[in-house]
Design a binder for this molecule. Structure first.
Ligand SMILES: NC(=O)c1ccc[n+]([C@@H]2O[C@H](COP(=O)([O-])OP(=O)(O)OC[C@H]3O[C@@H](n4cnc5c(N)ncnc54)[C@H](O)[C@@H]3O)[C@@H](O)[C@H]2O)c1
Length: 415
């Protein structure tokens, strides 16, 4: 039976690790959150947060005030270790987008000295196939006294190891952490069963057990499914533009078919997940991943297309002022990672297409790359208004103000 109050250590206190650590703390577990950033650690220990996510501030404050959540830059002994560190891509040889699991490897090295017999190690980071086995190899090297046994049929281990990929939607993380179904991929059966006990203690969703490699690929496939479908929508938006058809109306009508559900086009695809994870599959099986690669290329080329649209419209003005609404990769969050809105704004500035006035209500004053303007100023000054993110603030703009302006709405908020 799962111990009611466990000591849980969460490595990486970002968008995934911090909500997970706080939730576990509010469920009565003693949680130590570890991050390499001293600023992150100090912010959390003071009951504050460093990222924008609805209701996360309340959850973290209550977890810290209860005495169950503490942050540190140094790990400690625990019953369960959860790794929620970044897994970006990087250039390796001729592959510009090879998966970078160095953060996972570093976190594994950091926790290794603290592991004890019977501990459970969970990899939550989205990972290329084989990463959980790589953790097992590292632990076997560093702690030969506690070798996690790899074969799936093994029913006992001295250290249990599983991959439990995270599926939460930014902006809804707290609810989805609890309500989503989870895939639990054990390095062996005993590990899967042990991890399942933990997730069952705080998840309302169903937990499904498999091996670690299947769990790793399942997460990558989920995001690739979305990427391929968004690429289809983005391609349709280009076709519609050429044919003079309103893509939003087209999609609304096509989706009336009982078995059609086309996703929405946009200025591209961003974020730490959908824009990144499909490359992990392409890297692992380049010859077989033709559609997945092409979808990535279609989505990655959309920002260029948007810039060309803006350029064509801006040419009508002598000294054009271009108002860019939004920088985040999706609505109502502050996350700029791989954001097409940021990429488009950067391109407009770099190519000197006009005076660029960017507005992003969700980022702090720490953003210094270029000036950020209040929405009212952008709406007053801009000749061309470009909707790059469908933040709620933008949806509430009075259309009357835009009457005299050129509007490019990449998100279809004014379809
Ligand atoms: N953000 C999402 O919506 C989302 C959704 C599903 C899965 N994921 C996956 O979850 C993982 C984490 O993503 P995130 O968005 O939380 O990243 P993040 O960048 O917000 O947070 C990661 C944190 O880990 C810290 N860190 C880096 N190396 C460390 C180390 N060796 N030890 C301790 N801390 C370390 C960083 O300082 C950072 O605070 C990634 O694999 C990502 O693909 C993210």
């Amino acid at each position: 039976m799962y111990k009611k109050q466990q000591q849980i250590l969460v490595m990486g206190l970002g968008y995934i690790g911090l909500p997970t650590a706080s939730l576990l703390a509010t469920k009565g577990h003693k949680v130590l959150g570890v991050d390499i950033s001293i600023d992150v650690v100090d912010t959390i220990n003071s009951g504050n947060i460093h990222i924008v996510e609805p209701d996360l501030d309340i959850l973290v404050r209550s977890a810290v005030n209860s005495g169950n959540l503490r942050a540190s830059i140094t790990p400690d002994v625990a019953d369960t270790f959860i790794l929620a560190v970044p897994t970006p891509f990087r250039k390796v040889g001729g592959n510009p987008r090879a998966p970078d699991i160095s953060y996972v490897e570093a976190a594994t090295h950091s926790i290794a000295p603290y592991l004890r017999e019977g501990n459970l190690v969970i990899l939550e980071s989205t990972s290329p196939v084989g990463t959980t086995e790589r953790i097992a190899e590292i632990l076997a090297e560093l702690r030969p006294d506690l070798v996690p046994s790899i074969p799936i049929h093994k029913t006992s281990s001295s250290v249990y190891l599983a991959h439990c990929p995270e599926r939460v939607l930014p902006g809804h993380i707290i609810r989805e952490l609890v309500d989503n179904d989870r895939i639990i991929g054990g390095i062996n059966r005993a590990s899967a069963a042990k991890a399942q006990e933990l997730y069952s203690s705080f998840c309302n969703g169903t937990t499904f057990i498999t091996d670690s490699r299947t769990a790793e690929l399942a997460k990558l496939v989920e995001n690739s499914f979305r990427d391929v479908n968004i690429a289809f929508a983005n391609e349709l938006s280009l076709i519609c533009d050429r044919l003079g058809i309103n893509v939003w109306e087209l999609l609304e009508l096509a989706n009336k078919h009982p078995r059609v559900n086309i996703l929405q086009p946009g200025p591209g695809v961003g974020g730490h997940c959908i824009a990144v994870d499909p490359w992990f599959i392409v890297s692992a099986a380049p010859e077989e991943s033709r559609l997945i690669r092409l979808a990535r290329e279609v989505n990655d080329s959309k920002p260029n297309w948007v810039v060309e649209k803006i350029r064509a419209k801006a040419e009508r003005f002598k000294n054009p002022v271009i108002g860019c609404l939004g920088l985040a990769f999706k609505a109502n969050i502050d996350d700029l990672r791989e954001s097409p809105a940021l990429e488009i704004t950067r391109m407009l500035i770099r190519e000197n297409i006009g005076l660029v006035m960017s507005c992003e209500p969700n980022i702090s004053e720490d953003f210094r790359e270029f000036p950020i303007y209040p929405l009212a100023d952008v709406l007053t000054e801009a000749d061309v208004v470009v909707v790059l993110v469908d933040h709620d603030e933008f949806k509430q703009i009075d259309r009357e103000i835009l009457k005299e302006k050129v509007v490019i709405d990449t998100r279809g908020i004014w379809r």
